[in-house]
Write a protein that binds this ligand. Structure first.
Ligand code: FAD
Length: 438
């Protein structure tokens, strides 16, 4: 079982950056208006927005780990894509691509809001995280996935959007791999260095927000009108508590019947120097899989490295040796001419998955709020939902502004039925997706 805020391996993105001076751990007793648990994209957005809305209130952020080592500093660094993924289990249905596009249009409203805010903060504080609108491909290996992408491109054109199609040769010329049969392209995708972005946001918080790292909350209970949070060396009393701690919220007893923790993994090569030309003619690019579950994400970084994100494990991290071997195998299948290249960095991170894909969001009990369940795509969404949560806490919006358009997550059965259900669904998806799930 994993523990709150700890991962086996350091985030490679964070390791590429100069060391950062962390905030000290909290010692003693503290009484505040709002306590935000977690300093990833969600918690940082909640705290910043609350300060804008209620400048006179006391706001505390506590994080059990350090910023940059959380999922927010471990992800693939993609945001703003308007390309949905399709379940290959339903991809042959004529309307599956159109359905996926419509669903994506709803999510895109929140993503756009979150990304716009992030871009504004990056510009305002000069955060050096390489955030750029680079565009990205969504690629298919099998005939079935390629057909689904073609239908998606056609559906998009009926909505007045253009998603250009790239055949195998054209894609190989641009990205150096002939692994994929076909791809469609979105120009809206932004790529960035995740640890640099989240660290920049944390280090430019308004100075009157109290922020402590290395402070894990082990228990939350309501005493009278207030919430009491227990940490190893501290006790906190708060009027409102905002849980922004991703899948780790289950360790505090919340969301156990709504959230599944799936770990996924990243490998980044050394700098390839002259051989970076084997990654195609585009100097920087991103590529995601057409398949919803199990597919791989690829990136060519501007410094000549290649990143692959792939593999999943249920509720626990895989061993480093297993991750490295399996990621290298997937990388080499795409780049057999770089078979001698090893990864300089390998790491894992948790994603919180819900049944049906809706976030786990809103007020759980009076004064206790949560935003989680982003299903592997929480940079812009987590930022937007964090902002909205602050507005809910401050009484500026109703819960339905989010649960209306995005819905609520479905109930999950307890173990062992849950494991059987998740495993069964994953196996079926992987079977239907074939090579697209590798
Ligand atoms: C490998 C990988 C690739 C991904 N790729 C993308 C991508 O390209 N684009 C995208 O949009 N999303 C992506 N995601 C998802 C995205 O990273 C997350 O959805 C997002 O970062 C979640 O942010 P968060 O603030 O909710 O959680 P986190 O960043 O996990 O922050 C939660 C914080 O809570 C702290 N915490 C936990 N428990 C406690 C406790 N008890 N007490 C105190 N603190 C606690 C943790 O230390 C942590 O800092 C990816 C995720 C992974 C793992």
């Amino acid at each position: 079982m994993y523990r709150a805020s700890t991962y086996q391996m350091r985030s490679g993105w964070n390791a590429m950056l100069p060391p950062r001076i962390c905030r000290p751990a909290l010692n003693g007793k503290l009484s505040v208006d709002h306590a935000v648990v977690g300093a990833g994209f969600t918690g940082l957005a909640v705290a910043r927005r609350l300060k804008e809305l209620e400048p006179e209130t006391d706001i505390l952020i506590i994080d059990g780990g350090t910023v940059g080592e959380n999922a927010s500093g471990r992800n693939s660094g993609f945001s703003g894509s308007d390309l949905p993924t399709v379940s290959m289990a339903s991809a042959s249905r004529a309307d599956a691509s159109a359905d996926a596009l419509s669903k994506q249009n709803v999510i895109a409203v929140f993503d756009a809001e979150g990304l716009a805010w992030l871009k504004d903060l990056v510009a305002r504080y000069g955060i050096d995280c390489g955030l750029r609108q680079v565009g990205s491909f969504k690629a298919a290996v099998s005939e079935r996935a390629a057909a689904a992408l073609l239908r998606m491109s056609e559906s998009a054109s009926t909505q007045g959007r253009t998603l250009p199609v790239y055949k195998q040769d054209a894609l190989e010329e641009l990205t150096g791999t002939c692994f994929y049969r076909l791809a469609i392209r979105s120009e809206s995708t932004h790529l960035f260095q995740p640890a640099a972005l989240v660290r920049g946001l944390a280090d430019h918080l308004p100075s009157d927000i109290v922020f402590h790292e290395g402070t894990t909350v082990s228990n939350i209970e309501k005493v009278g009108e207030r919430w009491h949070l227990t940490c190893p060396q501290a006790r906190i009393s708060a009027r409102n508590v905002i849980l922004a701690n991703n899948a780790f919220v289950k360790l505090l007893g919340y969301g156990k019947d709504r959230l599944v923790s799936l770990f996924t993994y990243v490998g980044v090569t050394e700098r390839l120097g002259n051989r970076a030309r084997l990654l195609g003619s585009l100097p920087e690019w991103g590529m995601t899989s057409a398949q919803r579950a199990g597919g791989s994400t690829l990136r060519r970084l501007s410094d000549g490295r290649c990143m692959i994100r792939s593999l999943y494990s249920y509720e626990a991290e895989l061993k480093e040796s297993v991750i490295r071997r399996r990621l290298l195998d997937r990388f080499r299948r795409r780049y057999p001419h770089l078979a001698d290249i090893d990864f300089e960095y390998v790491w894992g991170g948790v994603t919180d998955v819900t049944r049906g894909g809706a976030p786990f969001w809103g007020e759980l009990e009076q004064g206790l709020f949560i935003s989680a369940g982003y299903n592997g795509s929480g940079v812009a969404k987590g930022t937007a939902l964090g902002r909205r949560l602050a507005e809910l806490v401050a009484g500026k919006v109703a819960q339905e502004t989010v649960t209306g358009p995005l819905g609520r997550p479905g109930w999950l059965p307890p173990e062992p039925f849950r494991f059987v259900g998740v495993r069964g669904t994953a196996m079926y998806e992987e079977f239907r997706a074939g090579a697209d799930a590798t």
